[in-house]
Ligand binder design. Structure first.
Ligand SMILES: Cc1cc2nc3c(=O)[nH]c(=O)nc-3n(C[C@H](O)[C@H](O)[C@H](O)COP(=O)(O)OP(=O)(O)OC[C@H]3O[C@@H](n4cnc5c(N)ncnc54)[C@H](O)[C@@H]3O)c2cc1C
Length: 347
C-alpha cells in the first residue's frame, strides 16, 4: 500500500512509523525545511500530564491521557527515547497556596488517586533542589514527560521518506491512502491556532528530575526536564495564530517563573526561545475523521503528546475499517436487493 502523509510533525511521523512497520510504502510531505522545523511538536514541552490538565480540559482528555500513559513506555523504549514516568510536582509560594486547594477540589473524586499533598519535607524528598523553597505542594504520581526532539528524530528514520520543504494539500497527493496531519495550518473548518512559547535552558546548577509546575494566579508555568540538566520552561497560551518570534513579555514571564522556582536558573544559558501553534477545534478535542477520501487527524491542541498513543489507535482502527470497506464487492452485491419474503429468507 502506498501512503502519503501531509505534515511530518508529531502525528504524521507516529502514524507513518506504524504503517511503515506494517510494510506500507510511506512518503511524508513536510512544508518546513529539515533544518528549520516549525511544528508544534518541535516546540513542545511534551509533558504527559492528565491530572494537571484536568481542571481545564474535557474529561475525554483525561481518559485518553491515562490510556496513553500506559502505551507510551514500550513505544519509547523501542525508539530509544528518554522519558520519565515519576510523576510531576506542583508548588506555590505562600500567598498562592490556596491555588493548590482549588486545584485539588477541581480533581473531584479523582483527587485521592491523582494527587498527594506535600509539605516542605515531602517536596525536598522528591526534588532536593527545591528544599527550603516551598512550604506546600502536590505530587501527581501518574504523570510524566518525554524528550520530544529525541522522539521526532527517532521517528524520522522509521516513518518512511520525509520530503522536507514540500508544502502540499491533500489534492496533490496520489496514494492508496492519504493522511492529513498538517496541524494548525491545515485550514480545516473550525480549526484555530493557539500560540505557545517556550524557552530552553541549560542549567548546570539545577537538578530537577520531574516536571515542576509553579501555581500562580495569572499563569501556570512549568519547567520540564531534559537529559543533561537542560530544561524546557513553558508555556504561554495565547489565542492567536501569529507565528512570530517570542515576545519580550512572554520571555520575561517565562524566565521570571524559572527564577522564582529556583535561583540557580539565574546562571542558566538560554539555548533557544521558540514559538509554535497548537491546533484546536472549538471543543479543544482531537478529531480523527475522513474528509474527501483523506483521513484527517487534527485538533490535538495542548495535549498532542499526552493523548497521541490513544489517538493513534483510533486512527489505525479507522484505516483498518476503511480497508475492509474498500475491498471489491462480490458480484452478487450488484443484483437488485431482495424484498419481502426473499429478503427474510436470505437474512
Ligand atoms: C509551546 C508548546 C508546548 C506544548 N507542550 C505540550 C505538552 O507539554 N504536552 C502535550 O501533550 N502537548 C504539548 N503541546 C502540543 C503538541 O505539541 C501538539 O498537540 C502536537 O504537536 C500536535 O501534533 P500534529 O502532528 O497534529 O501537529 P504538528 O506537530 O504541529 O505537525 C504538523 C506538521 O505539518 C506541517 N504542515 C503544515 N501544513 C503543511 C502543508 N501544507 N504541507 C506539508 N506540511 C505541512 C507543519 O510544518 C508541521 O511540521 C505543546 C505545543 C506547543 C506549541
Amino acid at each position: 500500500m502506498r501512503v502519503a502523509i501531509a505534515g511530518a510533525g508529531l502525528f504524521g511521523r507516529l502514524i507513518g512509523w506504524r504503517l511503515a512497520e506494517r510494510g506500507a510504502d510511506v512518503t511524508l510531505w513536510e512544508q518546513s525545511p529539515r533544518n528549520a522545523p516549525t511544528s508544534a511538536a518541535h516546540a513542545a514541552a511534551a509533558m504527559l500530564a492528565p491530572a494537571s490538565e484536568a481542571p481545564d480540559a474535557d474529561a475525554a482528555i483525561f481518559h485518553m491521557g491515562k490510556r496513553s500513559l500506559a502505551l507510551w513506555p514500550p513505544m519509547l523504549d523501542a525508539l530509544g527515547v528518554p522519558y520519565g514516568m515519576d510523576g510531576s510536582v506542583l508548588v506555590a509560594h505562600g500567598q498562592d497556596a490556596p491555588l493548590l486547594d482549588k486545584f485539588l477540589r477541581s480533581l473531584g473524586p479523582r483527587r485521592a488517586e491523582e494527587a498527594r499533598p506535600l509539605d516542605a519535607h515531602g517536596i525536598a524528598a522528591l526534588e532536593p533542589a527545591l528544599a527550603g523553597r516551598f512550604e506546600r505542594g502536590l505530587h501527581l504520581p501518574n504523570e510524566g514527560w518525554l524528550d520530544n526532539r529525541a522522539l521526532l528524530s527517532a521517528l524520522a528514520s522509521r516513518c518512511g521518506e520525509i520530503r522536507y520543504g514540500m508544502p502540499v494539500t491533500p489534492a496533490n497527493l496520489h496514494a492508496n491512502l492519504v493522511i492529513d496531519c498538517r496541524g494548525a495550518s491545515a485550514g480545516l473548518p473550525g480549526l484555530r491556532g493557539v500560540r505557545g512559547e517556550v524557552i530552553r535552558l541549560a542549567a548546570p546548577e539545577v537538578q530537577l528530575s520531574r516536571p515542576v509546575r509553579l501555581m500562580h494566579p495569572r499563569y501556570q508555568l512549568y519547567v520540564a526536564p531534559r537529559p543533561g540538566r537542560h530544561y524546557v520552561v513553558g508555556a504561554t497560551q495565547i489565542e492567536s495564530d501569529a507565528t512570530g518570534a517570542v515576545t519580550v513579555r512572554s520571555a520575561l514571564e517565562l524566565l521570571s517563573a524559572a527564577f522564582a522556582l529556583h535561583p540557580g536558573f539565574a546562571e542558566a544559558e538560554v539555548l533557544e526561545l521558540s514559538a509554535g501553534l497548537r491546533a484546536a477545534y472549538p471543543d479543544n478535542l482531537p478529531r480523527v475523521e475522513w474528509r474527501d477520501g483523506a483521513l484527517c487527524v487534527n485538533g490535538l491542541y495542548r495535549h498532542g503528546f499526552l493523548v497521541a498513543p490513544a489517538v493513534l489507535a483510533e486512527a489505525l482502527t479507522a484505516i483498518d475499517g476503511r480497508e475492509q470497506d474498500a475491498r471489491p464487492l462480490p458480484r452478487t452485491a450488484s443484483k437488485p436487493a431482495p424484498r419481502g419474503a426473499a429478503a427474510r429468507a436470505e437474512a
